[in-house]
Write a protein that binds this ligand. Structure first.
Ligand SMILES: [Zn+2]
Length: 322
Protein backbone atom coordinates (compact mmCIF):
# COMPACT_ATOMS: atom_id res chain seq x y z
CA UNK A 1 0.00 0.00 0.00
CA UNK A 2 1.46 3.37 -0.87
CA UNK A 3 2.25 5.82 1.89
CA UNK A 4 0.77 9.24 2.24
CA UNK A 5 2.71 11.79 4.27
CA UNK A 6 1.35 14.89 5.94
CA UNK A 7 2.07 18.08 3.99
CA UNK A 8 2.34 19.98 7.26
CA UNK A 9 4.62 17.83 9.46
CA UNK A 10 5.68 14.93 7.26
CA UNK A 11 4.09 12.25 9.46
CA UNK A 12 2.40 9.23 7.85
CA UNK A 13 -1.28 9.85 7.43
CA UNK A 14 -4.22 7.58 8.13
CA UNK A 15 -6.79 7.28 5.37
CA UNK A 16 -10.40 7.15 6.47
CA UNK A 17 -12.34 3.98 5.61
CA UNK A 18 -14.19 5.59 2.73
CA UNK A 19 -10.84 6.45 1.10
CA UNK A 20 -11.75 10.11 0.70
CA UNK A 21 -9.89 11.94 3.48
CA UNK A 22 -6.47 11.62 5.10
CA UNK A 23 -5.81 12.47 8.72
CA UNK A 24 -2.50 13.17 10.51
CA UNK A 25 -2.22 11.86 14.04
CA UNK A 26 0.79 14.04 14.74
CA UNK A 27 -0.44 17.54 14.01
CA UNK A 28 -4.15 16.94 13.42
CA UNK A 29 -4.08 18.07 9.78
CA UNK A 30 -6.76 16.69 7.57
CA UNK A 31 -7.19 16.90 3.87
CA UNK A 32 -9.45 15.61 1.17
CA UNK A 33 -7.66 13.32 -1.26
CA UNK A 34 -7.63 14.15 -4.93
CA UNK A 35 -9.27 11.73 -7.33
CA UNK A 36 -6.04 9.83 -8.10
CA UNK A 37 -5.48 9.03 -4.45
CA UNK A 38 -9.15 8.39 -3.90
CA UNK A 39 -9.20 5.92 -6.77
CA UNK A 40 -6.08 4.20 -5.46
CA UNK A 41 -7.35 3.72 -1.92
CA UNK A 42 -10.86 2.74 -2.97
CA UNK A 43 -9.32 0.19 -5.24
CA UNK A 44 -7.10 -1.13 -2.48
CA UNK A 45 -9.94 -1.37 0.04
CA UNK A 46 -12.11 -3.01 -2.59
CA UNK A 47 -9.47 -5.67 -3.14
CA UNK A 48 -9.01 -6.27 0.60
CA UNK A 49 -12.77 -6.50 1.13
CA UNK A 50 -12.90 -8.98 -1.74
CA UNK A 51 -10.91 -11.39 0.44
CA UNK A 52 -13.82 -11.52 2.84
CA UNK A 53 -16.07 -13.27 0.39
CA UNK A 54 -13.50 -15.68 -1.03
CA UNK A 55 -13.06 -19.22 0.07
CA UNK A 56 -9.94 -20.15 1.94
CA UNK A 57 -8.71 -22.66 -0.61
CA UNK A 58 -5.03 -23.02 0.23
CA UNK A 59 -3.44 -22.61 -3.16
CA UNK A 60 -5.59 -19.71 -4.28
CA UNK A 61 -5.03 -18.05 -0.94
CA UNK A 62 -1.28 -18.36 -1.33
CA UNK A 63 -1.38 -16.92 -4.82
CA UNK A 64 -3.36 -13.88 -3.71
CA UNK A 65 -1.08 -13.40 -0.76
CA UNK A 66 2.04 -13.53 -2.96
CA UNK A 67 0.52 -10.95 -5.28
CA UNK A 68 -0.37 -8.63 -2.44
CA UNK A 69 3.05 -8.89 -0.78
CA UNK A 70 4.97 -8.48 -4.01
CA UNK A 71 4.03 -4.80 -3.86
CA UNK A 72 5.17 -4.36 -0.25
CA UNK A 73 7.95 -1.88 0.54
CA UNK A 74 11.26 -2.99 1.98
CA UNK A 75 12.27 -1.67 5.38
CA UNK A 76 15.72 -2.10 6.92
CA UNK A 77 16.46 -1.69 10.62
CA UNK A 78 20.06 -1.31 11.87
CA UNK A 79 20.61 -3.04 15.19
CA UNK A 80 23.01 -1.77 17.86
CA UNK A 81 25.04 -4.97 17.51
CA UNK A 82 25.59 -4.38 13.79
CA UNK A 83 22.95 -6.80 12.53
CA UNK A 84 20.38 -5.73 10.00
CA UNK A 85 16.73 -6.64 10.05
CA UNK A 86 15.13 -6.55 6.65
CA UNK A 87 11.38 -6.75 6.34
CA UNK A 88 8.73 -6.47 3.67
CA UNK A 89 6.31 -3.90 5.00
CA UNK A 90 2.76 -3.70 3.73
CA UNK A 91 1.52 -0.88 5.90
CA UNK A 92 2.86 1.51 8.54
CA UNK A 93 0.78 2.98 11.27
CA UNK A 94 2.31 5.60 13.51
CA UNK A 95 1.07 7.28 16.64
CA UNK A 96 2.65 9.29 19.46
CA UNK A 97 4.29 6.25 21.01
CA UNK A 98 5.31 3.89 18.25
CA UNK A 99 5.59 3.17 14.56
CA UNK A 100 3.90 -0.10 13.67
CA UNK A 101 4.94 -2.08 10.59
CA UNK A 102 2.80 -4.87 9.19
CA UNK A 103 5.07 -7.54 7.70
CA UNK A 104 4.03 -10.88 6.28
CA UNK A 105 4.39 -12.98 9.41
CA UNK A 106 5.11 -10.34 12.02
CA UNK A 107 4.06 -7.00 13.32
CA UNK A 108 7.00 -4.81 14.25
CA UNK A 109 6.57 -2.12 16.88
CA UNK A 110 9.26 0.52 16.94
CA UNK A 111 9.55 2.72 20.02
CA UNK A 112 11.79 5.81 20.04
CA UNK A 113 14.60 5.91 22.61
CA UNK A 114 12.46 8.07 24.91
CA UNK A 115 9.60 5.57 24.71
CA UNK A 116 11.41 2.31 25.31
CA UNK A 117 9.51 1.86 28.61
CA UNK A 118 6.47 1.32 26.38
CA UNK A 119 8.07 -1.81 24.94
CA UNK A 120 8.43 -3.13 28.51
CA UNK A 121 4.82 -2.22 29.30
CA UNK A 122 3.72 -4.08 26.18
CA UNK A 123 5.58 -7.20 27.30
CA UNK A 124 4.36 -6.96 30.86
CA UNK A 125 0.71 -6.42 29.94
CA UNK A 126 0.70 -9.22 27.40
CA UNK A 127 2.41 -11.68 29.71
CA UNK A 128 -0.25 -11.07 32.35
CA UNK A 129 -3.10 -12.22 30.11
CA UNK A 130 -4.68 -15.38 31.40
CA UNK A 131 -7.28 -17.61 29.72
CA UNK A 132 -10.24 -19.52 31.14
CA UNK A 133 -9.36 -23.11 31.96
CA UNK A 134 -12.17 -24.27 29.69
CA UNK A 135 -10.53 -22.47 26.78
CA UNK A 136 -11.46 -24.77 23.95
CA UNK A 137 -10.89 -22.16 21.27
CA UNK A 138 -7.23 -21.36 21.76
CA UNK A 139 -8.07 -17.80 22.68
CA UNK A 140 -4.38 -17.09 23.13
CA UNK A 141 -4.09 -17.20 19.32
CA UNK A 142 -5.93 -13.88 19.23
CA UNK A 143 -3.53 -12.07 21.54
CA UNK A 144 0.10 -11.09 20.92
CA UNK A 145 2.89 -13.62 21.04
CA UNK A 146 6.18 -11.79 21.25
CA UNK A 147 8.86 -13.45 19.16
CA UNK A 148 11.73 -11.03 19.68
CA UNK A 149 13.09 -7.71 20.84
CA UNK A 150 15.98 -5.67 19.41
CA UNK A 151 17.79 -2.47 20.20
CA UNK A 152 18.51 -0.29 17.19
CA UNK A 153 21.60 1.83 16.78
CA UNK A 154 19.60 5.02 17.28
CA UNK A 155 18.53 3.76 20.71
CA UNK A 156 15.00 2.85 19.72
CA UNK A 157 13.49 -0.49 20.67
CA UNK A 158 11.89 -3.00 18.32
CA UNK A 159 9.33 -5.48 19.52
CA UNK A 160 8.31 -8.27 17.16
CA UNK A 161 4.91 -9.93 17.46
CA UNK A 162 3.90 -12.98 15.46
CA UNK A 163 0.90 -12.99 13.22
CA UNK A 164 -0.37 -15.35 10.58
CA UNK A 165 0.19 -14.46 6.95
CA UNK A 166 -3.45 -13.72 6.27
CA UNK A 167 -3.96 -11.32 9.15
CA UNK A 168 -4.16 -7.64 8.22
CA UNK A 169 -4.98 -4.49 10.19
CA UNK A 170 -8.71 -3.91 10.22
CA UNK A 171 -7.97 -0.39 8.92
CA UNK A 172 -6.93 -1.85 5.55
CA UNK A 173 -10.42 -3.13 4.80
CA UNK A 174 -12.05 0.30 4.64
CA UNK A 175 -15.79 0.19 5.16
CA UNK A 176 -17.62 -3.12 5.55
CA UNK A 177 -21.22 -4.20 5.05
CA UNK A 178 -23.64 -4.72 7.94
CA UNK A 179 -23.23 -8.49 7.85
CA UNK A 180 -19.46 -8.39 7.75
CA UNK A 181 -19.45 -5.89 10.57
CA UNK A 182 -21.78 -8.20 12.49
CA UNK A 183 -19.28 -11.06 12.44
CA UNK A 184 -16.57 -8.62 13.44
CA UNK A 185 -18.64 -7.51 16.45
CA UNK A 186 -19.00 -11.13 17.57
CA UNK A 187 -15.22 -11.53 17.43
CA UNK A 188 -14.65 -8.21 19.20
CA UNK A 189 -17.09 -9.18 21.97
CA UNK A 190 -15.08 -12.35 22.33
CA UNK A 191 -11.85 -10.36 22.72
CA UNK A 192 -13.56 -8.04 25.22
CA UNK A 193 -14.59 -11.09 27.27
CA UNK A 194 -10.92 -12.07 27.59
CA UNK A 195 -10.06 -8.51 28.62
CA UNK A 196 -12.93 -8.61 31.15
CA UNK A 197 -11.74 -11.95 32.51
CA UNK A 198 -8.34 -10.35 33.09
CA UNK A 199 -9.71 -7.00 34.37
CA UNK A 200 -7.82 -5.22 31.60
CA UNK A 201 -8.82 -1.90 30.06
CA UNK A 202 -7.04 -1.94 26.72
CA UNK A 203 -7.38 1.82 26.03
CA UNK A 204 -6.43 1.50 22.37
CA UNK A 205 -8.98 -0.95 20.99
CA UNK A 206 -9.71 0.00 17.37
CA UNK A 207 -9.05 -0.36 13.63
CA UNK A 208 -5.28 0.05 14.05
CA UNK A 209 -4.82 -2.46 16.87
CA UNK A 210 -7.25 -5.12 15.64
CA UNK A 211 -6.07 -7.51 12.92
CA UNK A 212 -8.45 -9.65 10.96
CA UNK A 213 -8.15 -12.82 8.98
CA UNK A 214 -10.68 -12.35 6.18
CA UNK A 215 -10.77 -16.05 5.27
CA UNK A 216 -11.31 -17.50 8.71
CA UNK A 217 -13.34 -14.52 9.87
CA UNK A 218 -11.21 -14.10 12.96
CA UNK A 219 -10.08 -10.98 14.79
CA UNK A 220 -7.01 -10.56 16.97
CA UNK A 221 -6.01 -7.76 19.31
CA UNK A 222 -2.31 -7.30 18.62
CA UNK A 223 -1.55 -3.60 18.98
CA UNK A 224 -1.56 -0.83 21.58
CA UNK A 225 -0.80 -3.00 24.61
CA UNK A 226 1.47 -0.41 26.21
CA UNK A 227 -1.62 1.68 27.00
CA UNK A 228 -3.47 -1.12 28.79
CA UNK A 229 -4.24 -0.69 32.51
CA UNK A 230 -6.06 -2.61 35.24
CA UNK A 231 -9.79 -2.04 35.70
CA UNK A 232 -10.55 1.10 37.77
CA UNK A 233 -7.21 2.79 37.13
CA UNK A 234 -7.11 6.57 37.02
CA UNK A 235 -5.49 7.89 33.81
CA UNK A 236 -5.42 11.66 33.27
CA UNK A 237 -8.19 12.34 35.81
CA UNK A 238 -10.42 9.67 34.35
CA UNK A 239 -11.20 6.29 35.86
CA UNK A 240 -10.75 3.61 33.19
CA UNK A 241 -13.07 0.63 33.43
CA UNK A 242 -13.53 -2.47 31.31
CA UNK A 243 -16.73 -0.90 29.96
CA UNK A 244 -14.39 1.37 28.01
CA UNK A 245 -13.46 -1.69 25.92
CA UNK A 246 -17.13 -2.11 25.00
CA UNK A 247 -17.48 1.58 24.14
CA UNK A 248 -14.43 1.25 21.87
CA UNK A 249 -16.02 -1.85 20.29
CA UNK A 250 -19.08 0.24 19.33
CA UNK A 251 -16.95 3.09 17.99
CA UNK A 252 -14.88 0.62 15.95
CA UNK A 253 -17.97 -1.01 14.45
CA UNK A 254 -19.49 2.40 13.63
CA UNK A 255 -16.23 3.45 12.00
CA UNK A 256 -16.08 0.28 9.91
CA UNK A 257 -19.66 0.89 8.77
CA UNK A 258 -18.60 4.35 7.59
CA UNK A 259 -20.07 6.50 10.39
CA UNK A 260 -18.06 9.19 12.19
CA UNK A 261 -19.06 7.84 15.61
CA UNK A 262 -21.37 5.34 17.32
CA UNK A 263 -23.84 8.16 18.11
CA UNK A 264 -24.09 8.93 14.41
CA UNK A 265 -25.17 5.39 13.39
CA UNK A 266 -28.55 5.29 11.64
CA UNK A 267 -30.73 2.42 10.49
CA UNK A 268 -30.29 1.69 6.77
CA UNK A 269 -31.25 -1.09 4.35
CA UNK A 270 -27.98 -2.74 5.34
CA UNK A 271 -28.16 -2.01 9.08
CA UNK A 272 -31.39 -3.24 10.73
CA UNK A 273 -32.83 -1.17 13.58
CA UNK A 274 -31.80 -3.49 16.45
CA UNK A 275 -28.23 -3.38 15.10
CA UNK A 276 -28.21 0.44 14.91
CA UNK A 277 -29.75 0.62 18.40
CA UNK A 278 -27.03 -1.66 19.75
CA UNK A 279 -24.25 0.56 18.40
CA UNK A 280 -25.84 3.66 19.91
CA UNK A 281 -26.51 1.96 23.23
CA UNK A 282 -24.46 2.28 26.41
CA UNK A 283 -22.49 -0.91 27.04
CA UNK A 284 -23.81 -3.47 29.51
CA UNK A 285 -22.02 -3.64 32.86
CA UNK A 286 -19.54 -6.25 31.66
CA UNK A 287 -18.43 -8.00 28.46
CA UNK A 288 -20.22 -11.29 29.20
CA UNK A 289 -23.58 -9.51 29.42
CA UNK A 290 -22.73 -7.35 26.45
CA UNK A 291 -21.95 -10.43 24.37
CA UNK A 292 -25.31 -11.97 25.35
CA UNK A 293 -27.01 -8.68 24.42
CA UNK A 294 -25.24 -8.72 21.06
CA UNK A 295 -26.27 -12.32 20.37
CA UNK A 296 -29.87 -11.29 20.89
CA UNK A 297 -29.42 -8.25 18.63
CA UNK A 298 -27.87 -10.44 15.96
CA UNK A 299 -30.90 -12.74 15.87
CA UNK A 300 -33.28 -9.78 15.82
CA UNK A 301 -31.25 -8.18 13.03
CA UNK A 302 -30.61 -11.09 10.73
CA UNK A 303 -32.88 -13.87 11.95
CA UNK A 304 -32.33 -17.26 13.51
CA UNK A 305 -30.02 -18.52 10.81
CA UNK A 306 -26.59 -17.47 11.87
CA UNK A 307 -24.66 -16.62 8.77
CA UNK A 308 -21.42 -17.32 10.54
CA UNK A 309 -20.52 -19.71 13.26
CA UNK A 310 -20.71 -17.62 16.41
CA UNK A 311 -19.18 -20.16 18.80
CA UNK A 312 -22.13 -20.20 21.14
CA UNK A 313 -20.19 -21.88 23.94
CA UNK A 314 -18.20 -18.69 24.65
CA UNK A 315 -20.52 -17.39 27.31
CA UNK A 316 -20.66 -20.79 28.88
CA UNK A 317 -16.88 -20.78 29.11
CA UNK A 318 -16.71 -17.25 30.44
CA UNK A 319 -19.66 -17.74 32.76
CA UNK A 320 -17.66 -20.46 34.47
CA UNK A 321 -14.43 -18.51 34.43
CA UNK A 322 -15.83 -15.57 36.26
ZN1 LIG B 1 0.95 16.35 10.34
Amino acid sequence: MKKLNCKNCGGPMTIDPSGTTAHCRYCGSEYVLDHRDTDYYRDFYERMRGFLSLSSDGQERRRRSDKLWSGAASEVFECSDGRQIDIKNMYTYKDRDAAVYTARQNIIFRFDAGNSDKADKFRKNVSSVDYPSADTRNLSDFFPRISGGFELNDGSALLVVKKSEDEYPLRLFGTLSGRHTAWLIGRMENLCCVLEYNSIVHNDFGPDTLYIDPYDHQASLYGGWWNAVRNNTRVNDRICTTRDNLTALRETAANVLGFASADAVRETDDIPKPFADFLRSAPMSNAYEDFAYWDDVLIKSYGERKFINMETDDQHIYGKGK
